[in-house]
Design a protein around this ligand. Structure first.
Ligand SMILES: [Zn+2]
Ligand SMILES: [Zn+2]
Length: 135
């Protein structure tokens, strides 16, 4: 079994661990990820069921849509998790940027690429989905 991935927010109040390997990793260019993160895009790693354990602190949870919540540190504002409330798989996602070793993750795709900012050009050769990845 591979080494557990660990991560946490900027201020260190919230820490977490991920068991096993993420099952799906993508860059999301949707406007909600952009606003939530204050970034051009957000990179998400979707996890196997029950692979995420919060080991320290207690993130705030924001219901960003009727079908999902976003969790973040109430102290530093760092975006941490995205969780579907029903159906979809992977159900739980973590922001790759909050991992202690983000270099251990290999992104597979861009999603909502049609909604991305026009001045960002990433020549990484990854496939692009214009809209929802339809998990
Ligand atoms: Zn924090
Ligand atoms: Zn998004």
């Amino acid at each position: 079994m591979s080494e557990a991935l660990s991560g946490g927010c900027l201020c260190g109040n919230v820490r977490y661990e991920v068991r096993g390997e993420p099952v799906y990793v993508f860059h999301c260019h949707c406007s909600m990820c952009r606003r939530a993160g204050g970034t051009a895009f957000q990179t998400w790693a979707g996890l196997e069921d029950d692979a995420l354990t919060v080991t320290q602190g207690s993130p705030e949870r924001y219901e960003s849509s009727s079908f999902a919540t976003r969790s973040f540190c109430a102290r530093c504002g760092g975006q941490l998790f995205y969780e579907y409330t029903e159906g979809q798989s992977p159900r739980v996602w973590v922001t790759v940027g909050t991992l202690d070793r983000p270099e251990a993750i290999a992104p597979q795709r861009h999603v909502f690429s049609a909604d991305g900012v026009p001045w960002l050009h990433m020549e990484d050769g990854l496939p692009r989905t214009e809209g929802d990845p339809e998990l």
